[in-house]
Design a protein around this ligand. Structure first.
Ligand SMILES: [Fe+2]
Ligand SMILES: [Fe+2]
Length: 280
């Protein structure tokens, strides 16, 4: 199974440059082209939220026009910049966003790895939460298939990023409870998040947590006392989660790669079918 994770696409009005510099629609189109060029193709693309910069039906329609070019199926999750009502109107009840209730959470059950998509959004607020109702829902979903390798996805990283300029951590409430809950479900092979606009990895909940990169403007790595949050011209990226299963030595069933998006000279092959094709 090949799972591609995209995040924080921050689509704005057509012909608008976010922060006066970033064409987020063009950046998403470039991400779609890069993913469509993958060989072998991914089984699924998961968007971990912040689909639009300010959620609205026209922005989601603009997003839809771009991602309709994706060859692989796509699943969508809300982020703090999204609007549940507008998301429901454009995508609710479809394969891309099966949920239609108060919380836009759902389970993807037709892949080798089960994926539980949690809605961590607090409407109108930047941090998120896993409230008692959402934790109970997640616990129930995890309890329904304890023998299936499972990814738990949510927009807000439930761990402290160490980046002093951004919020201390993505979740305002429920991070400790989520950590304890996940420890009771050892089939969880990864926690996936977005929101951080740069890839980060740590231990959490007795498993590995990964916050994926953005397809548009990354945040710089700032850990200093001046608490600066920079948007940067570092290349955007997407993540590829490879389920290796039985093909892997014990202990590395799910491997995560980060792939920058951009134009570079063509690659040079050093090996082909294990045989050296270029001498150095
Ligand atoms: Fe974002
Ligand atoms: Fe966010």
């Amino acid at each position: 199974m090949i799972l591609v994770q995209i995040s924080d696409t921050h689509i704005d009005e057509p012909d608008t440059l976010v922060y006066g510099h970033f064409d987020t629609s063009l950046a998403l189109a470039q991400a779609v082209a890069a993913i469509n060029a993958m060989d072998p193709a991914p089984d699924l693309v998961l968007h971990t939220g912040d689909i639009a910069s300010h959620g609205s039906v026209p922005r989601y329609e603009a997003f839809k026009a771009i991602v309709d070019e994706l060859k692989a199926p796509l699943a969508l999750m809300p982020g703090n910049h999204d609007d549940r009502d507008a998301l429901r109107e454009v995508f609710g009840g479809t394969q891309r966003l099966p949920a239609t209730g108060d919380f836009l959470h759902f389970v993807i059950d037709d892949q080798t790895v089960r994926i539980i998509c949690c809605d961590s959004v607090i409407a109108g607020d930047t941090p998120g939460e896993m409230c008692a109702e959402r934790l109970a829902w997640l616990d129930e979903q995890l309890g329904a298939a304890t023998d299936r390798p499972t990814i738990v996805a949510l927009h807000h990283p439930p761990f402290y990023s160490g980046m002093t300029g951004s919020s201390a951590k993505g979740l305002k409430n429920g991070g400790g409870e989520l950590d304890a809950l996940l420890r009771r479900h050892p089939q969880v092979v990864r926690v996936l998040a977005g929101h951080s606009h740069r890839p980060m990895t740590t231990a959490f909940g007795g498993t590995i947590a990964f916050a994926g990169p953005t397809t548009c403007y990354p945040f710089g790595l700032d850990t200093g006392p001046e608490r600066v949050l920079n948007v940067t011209y570092e290349p955007p990226a997407y993540a590829v989660h490879l389920w290796l299963g039985d093909a892997s030595p014990a202990g590395a069933d799910l491997v995560t790669h980060t792939v920058p998006i951009g134009d570079w000279p063509a690659p040079m092959a050093l090996l082909k079918a294990g045989v050296k094709v270029l001498d150095v």
